[in-house]
Write a protein that binds this ligand. Sequence first.
Ligand SMILES: *[C@@H]1O[C@H](CO)[C@@H](O)[C@H](O)[C@H]1NC(C)=O
Ligand SMILES: *[C@@H]1O[C@H](CO)[C@@H](O)[C@H](O)[C@H]1NC(C)=O
Ligand SMILES: *[C@@H]1O[C@H](CO)[C@@H](O)[C@H](O)[C@H]1NC(C)=O
Ligand SMILES: *[C@@H]1O[C@H](CO)[C@@H](O)[C@H](O)[C@H]1NC(C)=O
Length: 313
Amino acid sequence: MSSFLHQRPIQNPFTSAYPVSPRSSSSSQRPISIFSPVGLITLLSLVVILGVFLPWSGMPQSIFSTSKVSLSRWRDYSLTEAASFVAKNGTVIVCAVSQPYLPFLNNWLISISRQKHQDKVLVIAEDYATLYKVNEKWPGHAVLVPPAPDLQTAHKFGSQVQYPFSHIWFLSVKPPNHSHDLPPPGKKGRTYICSCMIFMRPTDGAKLVMKKWIEELQAQPWSKAKKANDQPAFNWALNKTAGQVDLYLLPQTAFPTGGLYFKNQTWVQETKGKHVIIHNNYITGFEKKIKRFRDYGLWLVDDHVLESPLGRL
Ligand SMILES: *[C@@H]1O[C@H](CO)[C@@H](O)[C@H](O)[C@H]1NC(C)=O
Ligand SMILES: *[C@@H]1O[C@H](CO)[C@@H](O)[C@H](O)[C@H]1NC(C)=O
Ligand SMILES: *[C@@H]1O[C@H](CO)[C@@H](O)[C@H](O)[C@H]1NC(C)=O
Ligand SMILES: *[C@@H]1O[C@H](CO)[C@@H](O)[C@H](O)[C@H]1NC(C)=O
């Protein structure tokens, strides 16, 4: 399978054309991913690291003891508190979500709940509406790391969507027997590996990559004018840490992109039963994403919304 399928089209249609994807006009929104978006990635990275490392220390009772607390208290809910509240057995599943993507979060949570891993989910709210909504329905599972981007930005770069199938990836993925080397760099001198979904353990190597990623983001900060996303910085971080860290691409069979799963029925048949998470990318727009999920029987919200810890939104 061609290598572009591991990759994510660049978000900004005005930057130079995405060199490898034949469908670079498609997906641009960000996924409910272990990893985050636009400019916030630094924070999110910290979140993940914290989440992975923090021991389960329990949440101060006081935070949840009053049933009708003012939502505004979540404004001060810290990452440390949130991560220690959701982490179970040293694991967190982190996703970044903006308000327009709440229905997609719900859809994803239904699948997660079916695998009984919902307790470990931490939603990094990209705006206050998301922070309050999630914590109202599901106290303690959303945190916002200020500053929140303005609403317009959030809409434009709202999180993408993934869909877990038969297993939860972090439990089921075995290291594939293939190269741990980076693929060859593309035209811009770096690789184009998708940063939407990452699994990592709290190793020195993972910390090194995260640290480098943060540095790269700080060196080339997201701005309205530039509209870069976190992915180039991630790829530069990979470039600069190559040889020092051990990593590999998640197997495509288990984690197909929308460009593969929704476009090639032959492939879908051949790999049946092996899909874990499908990335609903290579398509733009909420309605289109939802329609495609519906068409493929992956939009669980219609009939199973009560299986989500958020319930009906
Ligand atoms: C906790 O984590 C360990 C190590 O990853 C794993 O072997 C074990 O099955 C986990 N326990 C539960 C209850 O998830
Ligand atoms: C993994 O790949 C190497 C080299 O391609 C091969 O020698 C080895 O037998 C493979 N191992 C498994 C378990 O498939
Ligand atoms: C890192 O980037 C440089 C400059 O573009 C490139 O020459 C080199 O091959 C890259 N290294 C890896 C391992 O991709
Ligand atoms: C679709 O998948 C099949 C099986 O993996 C592959 O042989 C074929 O080349 C793919 N078609 C396209 C258009 O990529």
